[in-house]
Structure formats: structure tokens, C-alpha cells
Design a protein around this ligand. Structure first.
Ligand SMILES: O=C(O)c1ccccc1NCC(=O)[C@H](O)[C@H](O)COP(=O)(O)O
Length: 317
């Protein structure tokens, strides 16, 4: 459902507070600007995340300037083909290719897995039959890290890795590559097409693909206008950003719409994201037309994530 402030398909997330941040850096101190009116507050969790991200990036850039990161990216081991891993696994199993998410906590659920060992979880997902992995790198809201991405790659996990970061600047795309990512997430609610096109280009130049995530049919129609979008993946996130409620029927509604039909005609690899808990859920989104699924909570909270993967996909042990 569209909110009052949102027009069909347009960016709905404001990248900065409209009247500026409440505090401004002033030498070694943070100077409080004064009481800000209510309309300067984030309207949903995604705005809160993105506003904080802008501050985080400033700190990262002070430590490692973009030029230094770019030269590290040149020296990094080459990326692995993310899309090929999904299509190969889907062909072998007859199920959507699974992108299993290494996720400790979330804004909607708090801590999901208190005994969180990212490498062990990643290895278990791979052993269970995941095609690819998604690694949350956001620290404040998901208790993830870029270090987790590095550790998983360094441990020899072969599944291609998606850097699950809230990207608002090219700096993060280079940081993802340097940390071992094979794919990046781009969110259409946050990024206008001009930014999406630029970040897709940077990702391609570094040998990665993008998972471009939409929440509405309008956003899907908008991202379908991007040149070369077929080379990437498109995801439908079933989680409402305002209420956190997940509704798998969103995937079906969008895939059944005229825009969803266009996606099928153009043979774009679609990913069903969030709220997938059971083999019936997998069958539901597969019937709706997705070729891949992105699953976090239902797998990560299990004592045996490898068994969890096999169970979810109804695979033999
Ligand atoms: O997971 C959240 O609470 C969340 C809140 C706000 C923005 C994004 C959020 N999650 C990111 C994701 O897209 C999910 O981690 C991913 O799709 C897996 O979802 P699930 O299987 O439901 O854990």
C-alpha cells in the first residue's frame, strides 16, 4: 500500500533529515543544533538506518580514503559468479536457488541467534545446499560487520557472497568488494535510478552483480527502465518497512501484475525475500515466479542450520 508521502515507484526514503542532523561535528565535540521539529524525525526504520549510514561512511572514509580502498579492490581475489551459482543449484534441485542469510539480529526481532558464529553458520548453510550466502554488514541495527564477510571468504566458503549493506555511496561498493563480496544489495526505495545505474556500473566494473530490491510494483516498473538490468537480480522484499509485517502474497501480487509479466518476458532472475519459513512458503513463492529466495531468520535460529536448509528445500540428507 502506498503511504501519503509516496508516489508510485518514486524513492520513498529521504537520504538526510530535511532540516539537517540534530548534532553537527564541531572540532572534537558534537554541537547540538537545537530542538528539531517532528518532521525532522525518520519516518520508518529504513530512513533511520540510511541517516545513520551517512555518518558511518564519514568515519570510514577518514580512516581509509576512497583512493586507498580502490587500490585494495584491484588487488582483491576475483569475484565468483553469483547468478550462475543460483541457476546451477536451481537446475540441480528443481527448487529456487537459496541465498541463506548470516543474520545475528534485526530491528524487527532483536537478537535472533545469541550463539552467533558467522563462519560456522556460513559453512553449515553451504553444506546443507545453499546456492549463495547473504552476509549482513550493518553493525548498529543488525549486529553484522564487514569483518564477518572477510572471515567467511577467508575460511574457504565457496558459495558466492552478497554484501547485505544499506548502500548510499560508491564507497560502500568498493568496501564490499575489498571485503570479499561477489554481489551487493541496492534498495530502490532509497536510490533513484540515476544512483542505481551508477552503483550497478561500479559493481560490474568490479566483477560483481547487484540484487536490486523493490517493495512495490511501481518501484519494479521504475527499475525495469535501467539499462542492463537483466545482468543483475531483482528482489521483492515482502517486509513492510513501516510495520515490519511480512506478507508473501506481495510477491505473488507483483509477479501477477503487468510489470511482473514483463519481468518474465525479459527472463530476469527474481528473488523472493523475507518471511519464508516453511517448504510451503518456498512452493508459494516459486509458483509466483521467483527463481531464488533470500532467507534469514528461519534458518539462522536453528541449532543445525545445514539440516534447516535441507528441510526448507525438502532436500535429501
Ligand atoms: O529484518 C528486518 O527486520 C529488517 C528491517 C528493516 C529493513 C530490513 C530488514 N531486513 C533485511 C532483509 O531484507 C532480511 O534480512 C532478509 O530478506 C531475510 O529476511 P527473513 O528471512 O525474514 O529474516
Amino acid at each position: 500500500m502506498l503511504r501519503a508521502f509516496q508516489k508510485a515507484g518514486e524513492v520513498s526514503i529521504r537520504r538526510r533529515p530535511p532540516r539537517g542532523f540534530e548534532t553537527q561535528p564541531c572540532g572534537p565535540f558534537n554541537y547540538k543544533v537545537g530542538n528539531m521539529p517532528d518532521d525532522n524525525q525518520p519516518r520508518n526504520i529504513l530512513e533511520e538506518i540510511v541517516w545513520y549510514k551517512a555518518k558511518e561512511i564519514t568515519v570510514w572514509r577518514d580512516k581509509v580514503p576512497l583512493a586507498a580502498l580502490q587500490s585494495l579492490a584491484k588487488k582483491a581475489a576475483p569475484p565468483v559468479d553469483f547468478k550462475a551459482a543460483i541457476t546451477a543449484r536451481a537446475a540441480a534441485t528443481g527448487k529456487p536457488g537459496l541465498i541463506a542469510e548470516v543474520k545475528k539480529a534485526s530491528p524487527s526481532k532483536g537478537v535472533i541467534q545469541p550463539n552467533f558464529d558467522p563462519v560456522k553458520i556460513a559453512q553449515a548453510y553451504e553444506a546443507g545446499g545453499a546456492a549463495c550466502l547473504s552476509v549482513l554488514t550493518d553493525e548498529k541495527f543488525f549486529q553484522g560487520s564487514f569483518e564477518n564477510l572477510q572471515l567467511i571468504k577467508a575460511a574457504g566458503v565457496k558459495c558466492p557472497l552478497l554484501c547485505k549493506e544499506f548502500i548510499v555511496e560508491a564507497y560502500q561498493v568498493f568496501k564490499a568488494r575489498v571485503s570479499g563480496a561477489d554481489a551487493i544489495l541496492l534498495i530502490a526505495a532509497v536510490l533513484p535510478n540515476q544512483d542505481l545505474a551508477y552503483f550497478m556500473k561500479v559493481a560490474r566494473a568490479l566483477g560483481m552483480v547487484a540484487l536490486i530490491e523493490v517493495h512495490t510494483e511501481g518501484e519494479l516498473a521504475r527499475v525495469l527502465q535501467l539499462e542492463g538490468v537483466e545482468d543483475h537480480l531483482l528482489g521483492i522484499n515482502n517486509r513492510d518497512l513501516g510495520t515490519f509485517k511480512v506478507d508473501l502474497a506481495l510477491t505473488r501480487r507483483i509477479m501477477d501484475s503487468p510489470t511482473g509479466q514483463e519481468v518474465r518476458r525479459r527472463g530476469i532472475l527474481m528473488v523472493g525475500e523475507s518471511g519464508i519459513f516453511t517448504p510451503d512458503d518456498v512452493a508459494f513463492v516459486q509458483a509466483a515466479g521467483v527463481g531464488a529466495i533470500l532467507v534469514g531468520e528461519s534458518l539462522v535460529k536453528q541449532g543445525d542450520p545445514a539440516a534447516g536448509v535441507r528441510q526448507l528445500l525438502s532436500l535429501d540428507a
